[in-house]
Design a protein around this ligand. Sequence first.
Ligand code: SAM
Length: 266
Amino acid sequence: MFLEMVGGIKLKAKKSLGQNFLIDNNIIKRISDSISAGENDLIIEIGPGMGALTKYLKDKNAYLICYEIDEDLKNYLNSLNDSKTQIIYNDILKSDIKNDIKNINYNNLYIVGNLPYYITTPIIKCLISMDLDIKEMVFMVQEEVADRFTAKEKHKEYGSITLYLKYYFDLYKLFNVSKKCFQPIPKVDSAVIKLIKRNTKINVDKNKYFKLIEDSFKMKRKTLKNNLNNYDFNKVSEVLAKYNLNENVRAEEISEEVFVDICNNL
Ligand code: SAM
C-alpha cells in the first residue's frame, strides 16, 4: 500500500515496522486529549510515523521528544522540529532516553504512542526498566493486548503481565478503535490504554514477587499448586485459607492483594 507523495517521494508502509498509520482525526484528537501534560512537562512519543498524533501533541506546548526508527519518514517529520520538539531517528529499544532528556528541565514525564504492535510488550518493559519516573503513559495497542493488560482477576485475560504492570501503574482501557481508522488497514482492532503511576507502592520484595507471578501463571490451565510445585506450598495454603480459597485454585482467580500476601509469607 503506497502512502501519499511527500517531496516527490512515494512511500510504502513497512509491515515489518508495524506501520499502520492513523487516519481518523477524531481518534487522534481523543488520544492526544487523554494526555494531561502542560507547558512545563515532557512528552515522549514512540513511533510518530507521519506525524498524525505529533501535530496534536505539539499544541500542548510541552517539551516533545519523538523516537522514530524509520528514517524514510524524515520528509514528514523534520518540519515538526522546533525549539521544544525534537525527532530522534532511533530504535526506541536501543535508545538511551535518560541521556537524551537530561538537559530538559521538565516537571512530569508522559509517554504516548500508537505502538508498533510487534514489540508492544518489549517497549513497555524497556521503558519501565529505565526507571524514568513516568507519570502517565497512553498507548494504542491491539484490542486483545489491551484486554490482557487491564484485566481484573477471574477474567480469562488476567495474567502475569497484568500483575507486572499493576505493580507500577493503575491500568485503564479508555476506548476501542476500529481497524478501519488505520491505513493500511490492519488485521485486528485496537484499543487505547492509559497507565497512571501508582500513588502507593506495594510492600513486597519486587523480584521475588515477579518470579512468583511468573511461576503461578506458567501453565494457565493448571492449578496454582501444580504451577508452584517448587515452592513450600504449606506456606501458600496458609494464605489461601485466610481468603477462603482452596488448594485447587488457579492463578487467574487470585487478586493482587492475595499474591502479595503469599509472597510476603514465603
Ligand atoms: N504514530 C503514527 C500514527 O499513529 O499514524 C504511526 C504509528 S505506527 C502503528 C508505528 C510507528 O512506530 C511507525 O512509524 C514505525 O516506523 C515506528 N516504529 C517501529 N518500530 C520502532 C522502534 N523499534 N523504535 C521506534 N519506532 C518504531
